[in-house]
Design a protein around this ligand. Structure first.
Ligand code: FAD
Length: 481
């Protein structure tokens, strides 16, 4: 009987630079690609992520079909699904690329032990980070807590193998095991179908990821250091969901950026600044690995005594809902929250402003914001989301200090000076003059009238005055020990 291996795809939904797939093909005559939708392990994906997952699995299946193979789908606890597949196919090995959240790690370790006991080869690989989180150590042998030395060390000592090619063939099995039908998983929203904005903005899958990154290198990377803070511009790569689902690997990003830098020495600074952001992704995974409860527990325990507003009280619950719906009365915050709802993505600068507003102006625990982003982002990521929320809150590693409180008006005026971004996402302010676009409550009555704005009716009054909010937040922070 020809030797047969299962390749267990997870957040590595690509054929290129896929170490698990390559290892299986190197030692086995036939390969069965499998994806298991395991809702029993860890945190359930949010609606936006599930939308992406559906399309990403479709794209992977199409790529495999071009290689005369296909993707087998199973739903249920991964250990049981694998056991069943091995029984059906007689597979002698299972290969996968690693995940780094604790529930996945514990599950995968148990699966590996159980498979080995049955004399089934079980091997895992690094397919989604530049370096394994445990490889990065300070001079004293501890984990990093500060980004700059972490990145300095990683970038100086990075010795990556070139990315692996797309295999010429994914040698298909002769007898395929049964597969679920993807549509039966109902990952896409119906009743209502709220994903129209997603379809408009995104092309999903490995080919789309590579094209998006090439376009970005060509068109935007030179201006990235300045452009990346301007939400009205398409100046960032928008690679985050592709990276999250592993449709492109950081090693591929690294290599292509380096090739670009070698060919464009005069403007290589943009690509270097870009790679630094990939470094933040690595740092977030490093933090998650060493602090598995990053999404639920303050990294800095000083924040455990922070007097958060209770969302069980009607007023605070209403504030949270107003923030979620983009109805805070602060145009830049509302624009971001509506961009998120419509497209499943929000610009990084605005993520910071909107998160800061929830935490510091409304005094709502960062975990409520993290959960909302988890449900609504197509790039919702266990490491990046949790680390970023804690960064904004001030409770995280190397975080923005709590007392640095963003003024949403000044942030808007600085990074969206002509109000283009706000006008796009808050159309009820579309004809407000630039002078008042970020603080319509200061506009004289005739200006509001000419712009068709009735505060409190067509657009909300601000939920809270900035100076008041600032003083309240600082006082609360003073109470933490
Ligand atoms: P680019 O500027 O093109 O950056 C390239 C890549 O670097 C990104 O795709 C991402 O993988 C990585 N990256 C960039 N900034 C960061 C960062 N601050 N931390 C970690 N990695 C980074 N990013 C997610 O991928 N998933 C999340 O769930 C997520 N939640 C966030 C929540 C908050 C409150 C904040 C402030 C930031 C969050 N980020 C998250 C980080 C960042 O906003 C997004 O990665 C970025 O906006 C994605 O757009 P891009 O791909 O165009 O970024």
């Amino acid at each position: 009987m020809p030797s047969l291996a299962i390749v267990w795809f997870r957040r590595d939904l690509r054929l290129s630079d896929n170490p698990a797939l390559m290892a299986a093909l190197a030692t086995h005559q036939t390969v069965i690609p499998v994806y298991i939708h395991d809702e029993t392990c860890g945190r359930t994906e949010g609606g936006a992520s599930l939308w992406w997952l559906h399309h990403s699995l479709t794209a992977l299946d199409q790529s495999l079909k071009r290689k005369k193979s296909r993707l087998i789908l199973r739903r249920g606890p991964a250990a049981e699904c694998l056991h069943d597949l091995i029984k059906q196919t007689g597979a002698s090995a299972v290969y996968w690329n690693r995940l780094y959240d604790e529930p996945s790690r514990e599950r995968d370790t148990a699966i590996k032990t159980a498979l080995k006991k049955k004399n089934i080869t079980a091997e895992s690989f690094n397919g989604s980070l530049l370096k394994e989180p445990w490889e990065m150590k300070t001079k004293t042998g501890n984990e990093y807590r500060v980004f700059t030395p972490f990145w300095k060390n990683m970038a100086a000592d990075i010795n990556l193998d070139p990315p692996l090619p797309v295999p010429k063939t994914v040698r298909p099995a002769i007898n395929w095991p049964t597969s679920d039908a993807l549509d039966d998983w109902r990952l896409l929203p119906t009743k209502p179908d709220w994903a129209g904005g997603f379809r408009e903005m995104w092309r999903v899958g490995e080919d789309a990821a590579a094209e998006r990154f090439d376009d970005f290198l060509e068109a935007a990377v030179t201006a990235y250091p300045d452009g990346r803070d301007r939400p009205a511009l398409a100046a960032t790569s928008r690679l985050s969901p592709h990276l999250h689902f592993g449709e492109i690997s950081p090693r591929q990003v690294w290599q292509r950026a380096k090739i670009y830098m070698a060919a464009h020495k005069a403007t290589a600074g943009g690509a270097l600044a870009y790679l630094r952001e990939i470094g933040w992704r690595e740092f977030s995974y490093h933090l998650l690995f060493h602090a598995p409860s990053l999404a639920t527990k303050n990294w800095n325990t000083r924040f455990d005594s922070f007097p958060w507003a209770k969302v069980t009280q009607v007023k605070n619950k209403k504030n949270l809902e107003a923030w979620q719906k983009g109805q805070t009365g602060y145009p830049i915050v509302d624009a971001g929250m509506r961009e998120l709802w419509t497209t499943g993505w929000m610009h990084n600068r605005v993520r910071m402003i909107a998160a800061s507003f929830l935490i510091k102006h409304l005094m709502i625990d960062w975990r409520h914001g993290e959960q909302w982003f988890w449900d609504t982002l197509v790039d919702a990521d266990p490491a990046n989301n949790a680390a970023s929320w804690q960064w904004v809150a001030g409770s995280g590693a190397d975080a923005s200090p709590y007392f640095r409180i963003f003024n949403p008006v000044l942030q808007g005026e600085k990074f969206d000076s002509d109000g283009q971004y706000v006008r796009r996402w808050v159309p009820e302010l579309a004809t407000m003059p630039n002078k008042f676009i970020h603080h319509p409550w200061d506009a004289p009555a005739d200006v509001l009238k000419a712009a068709g704005v009735v505060l409190g009716k067509t657009y909300p009054q601000p939920l809270i005055d900035h100076s008041l909010a600032r003083a309240r937040a600082l006082e609360a922070y003073g109470q933490t020990k």
